[in-house]
Design a protein around this ligand. Structure first.
Ligand SMILES: NC(=O)C1=CN([C@@H]2O[C@H](COP(=O)(O)OP(=O)(O)OC[C@H]3O[C@@H](n4cnc5c(N)ncnc54)[C@H](OP(=O)(O)O)[C@@H]3O)[C@@H](O)[C@H]2O)C=CC1
Ligand SMILES: CCCCCCCCCCCCCCCC(=O)[C@@H](N)CO
Length: 336
């Protein structure tokens, strides 16, 4: 081969990919792109009609219509038992094999000032944002990491568990109190699992001596900025004006753009993935103890971002203060 080519760390041709929240927005776009790269795709969400439409679309995007298979499962992933069922059904559909990639995209945002949003809705945000991802990760990893005796061990390619977060996990914006904490919790889970998984990967490296998992596993988390999705249209209807002002630096991307950029980063083997420059700055100021994609690049970016944020954080707080000074207290929210 001529020229420089780097190994693709995220080969999906002929492999089975599960996408939660795969019937809309970024999840649906990612499903389409992976279908066009030769993956068998299973989409999971609550509304059957949207899933059916998605599977029809996936068939039209397949790289090889005769070889590739597509499937959907209706499930509310806030229930742990539903995630177990989803994984069990996929193992059967996949002729006894576990899926190779699980990408958690389910979730939506209910913005609003903290005291204006009823506590039960805030709990629901934790359920739809954090628990759909954590439940799915639990069911998936239990399936992937169950020990196989040496006699049953064959070479299996690396498996990937991918979370979808938001740059709001890194930087606070007033009006996202019901949502950002759930995304920050996903980031913490991702960092913890990326360390814990090394124990299993170590056992796998010695698989011919001991019982070990059937494959090596890698964790990744994607941190988009705004995505022009059906979910985004809903949140814009109830979002406080101040929040819209504070997030002016965000230029929302299409689901296809976000999915394409995320997949390219997965192919480069990145761990914490952002989709545009401002997102990278937000990540870099909050990088803390997370594993780096590159030592030099991430370290330089974190120094520069920390300098920028000496100004950004006071500026956001001033804008909030001046908003109150000018406009007084917000109107109470409309009845839901
Ligand atoms: N839109 C944005 O601006 C941003 C979004 N994100 C995150 O990116 C991800 C994708 O967002 P977006 O593209 O807007 O997606 P959408 O809001 O357009 O779609 C959400 C998907 O999740 C599914 N879903 C929601 N709740 C559940 C549930 N309890 N169980 C199973 N499936 C569920 C929906 O289907 P159904 O309703 O039928 O179940 C749908 O397929 C989300 O995690 C979101 O938080 C991050 C940054 C910005
Ligand atoms: C030079 C660097 C300056 C940085 C300034 C900070 C600007 C903050 C932008 C906030 C962007 C929020 C995007 C995520 C939105 C999201 O997750 C919801 N829409 C959920 O659906």
């Amino acid at each position: 081969m001529l020229g420089f080519s780097r190994k693709n760390e995220f080969e999906v041709d002929g492999r089975t990919v599960v996408i939660t929240g795969g019937s809309d927005g970024m999840g649906r776009a990612a499903a389409g792109l992976l279908a066009s790269r030769g993956a068998h795709v299973v989409v999971v969400a609550r509304t059957e009609a949207k899933l059916q439409a998605t599977v029809t679309e996936l068939k039209s995007k397949a790289a090889n219509m005769l070889k590739q298979r597509f499937h959907y499962i209706v499930a509310d992933l806030t229930e742990a038992s539903e995630c177990e069922r989803v994984i069990a059904e996929i193992n059967v559909w996949n002729e006894g094999s576990a899926p190779d990639v699980v990408w958690c995209c389910a979730g939506f945002c209910h913005p609003g000032y903290f005291i204006d949003v009823p506590v039960n809705i805030q709990r629901q945000q934790m359920d739809t944002v954090y628990w759909t991802a954590a439940n799915m990760a639990h069911a998936t990893l239990k399936n992937w990491l169950s020990p196989v005796p040496p006699s049953g061990q064959m070479r299996t390619d690396r498996r990937h568990l991918i979370f979808t977060c938001s740059t709001l996990a890194f930087v606070p914006i007033a009006g996202y109190g019901p949502y950002s904490p759930a995304k920050a919790a996903i980031r913490s889970l991702s960092d913890t699992l990326s360390q814990e998984i090394e124990m299993y990967n170590g056992a796998y490296s010695q698989r011919h001596r001991n019982s070990a998992p059937a494959a090596d596993v890698k964790i990744h988390t994607v941190f988009p900025m705004g995505i022009l999705s059906p979910g985004f249209d809903n949140e814009q209807k109830i979002k406080p004006e101040l929040t819209k002002t504070l997030e002016e630096a965000d230029k929302p991307q299409t689901p296809e753009e976000v999915a394409q950029i995320a997949i390219s980063a997965l192919e480069r083997g990145e761990y914490l993935i952002t989709t545009m420059f401002v997102g990278n700055v937000m990540k870099s100021t909050a990088l803390g103890p997370s594993p780096r994609n590159s030592i030099v690049g991430d370290t330089l970016m974190s120094w520069l971002s920390n300098l920028a944020f000496l100004q950004v954080i006071p500026d956001l707080r001033n804008k909030a203060f001046n908003w109150g000074k000018t406009n007084g207290l917000p109107q109470p929210p409309c009845a839901e």
